[in-house]
Design a protein around this ligand. Structure first.
Ligand code: ZN
Length: 255
């Protein structure tokens, strides 16, 4: 469920960004950083599903998003393969770290051009998954995406590390989310070891080590189950409180 991944991503960003400075000695983020990072992480929590050409993400910013989806699909071996593995997660984080290097120092401050471009996709897919847009409104998506790109370019935190951190949080949240719903993920891809026939007959083991070689911890049952919804209510509420609180501080500092 795309919206669930997005809400969990935003909640994880709020949690890490608000405790990181004190517990891990990270640089503190101001309210703008919480809002931009939260919106971005709602999107990076969906990036793993950009691996098939007919996904909502693939069709969000045509034709660019479609071309990228075909590329990711080919590189990662199809849906729920390479992008849902430790290797895939590492690649996404490296990519975000590389993109984040594109910064321009201007008399008005540092402009995060690379982050702006990546966030054009990330924030857009998050908004789409959270159903903030009318369906198939690609023109609206493009206008929204470009406005977000401009805001991130201008207001993003100057420390480039926030972007790969957001990507890491988002991708981990996504993979864990898929792991605890029945489908499972091939964590060690491209190494996929299928269980021996004997193991496939053991009821519990069969659900954890799937016949296709994927690993699953089906704590929440099927994707979209009642348990998933029950967990999502407090998680979404937490994300909303954190994001709205930060957005309110930003607004108050502007007016
Ligand atoms: Zn997935």
């Amino acid at each position: 469920m795309g919206g669930h991944h997005a809400a969990a991503g935003a909640a994880a960003w709020v949690a890490v960004a608000s405790t990181g400075p004190y517990t891990l000695g990270w640089y503190p983020l101001d309210a703008t950083g919480i809002v931009i990072g939260g919106m971005t992480t709602a999107g990076t929590a969906l990036v793993c599903d950009w691996d098939h050409r007919s996904s909502t993400i693939a069709t969000s910013l045509p034709p660019l998003s479609n071309v990228l989806a075909v590329g990711i699909e080919n590189a990662s071996g199809g849906h729920r393969q390479g992008t849902h593995s430790i290797l895939g997660a590492g690649c996404f984080v490296l990519l975000a770290a590389a993109v984040a290097q594109f910064q321009l120092a201007t008399p008005w401050g540092v402009l995060s051009v690379g982050a702006g471009l990546l966030c054009m996709f990330m924030i857009n897919i998050a908004a789409k998954a959270l159903k903030l847009f009318p369906p198939s409104g690609w023109l609206v998506n493009w206008i929204f995406g470009l406005v977000m790109a401009a805001l991130v370019t201008w207001y993003a935190p100057e420390q480039w590390t926030w972007l790969p951190t957001s990507m890491l949080i988002g991708v981990v949240v996504h993979i864990v989310g898929d792991l605890i719903t029945t489908g499972g993920v091939p964590l060690l891809w491209p190494i996929v070891i299928k269980p021996p026939r004997l193991f496939r007959r053991v009821p519990l083991l069969r659900r954890i080590w799937r016949p296709n070689g994927a690993l699953s911890l089906p704590l929440l049952g099927r994707a979209g189950s009642r348990r998933e919804w029950l967990l999502l209510i407090p998680v979404s509420a937490y994300a909303m409180v954190g994001m709205l609180g930060a957005a309110w501080s930003v607004l108050r500092s502007v007016i």
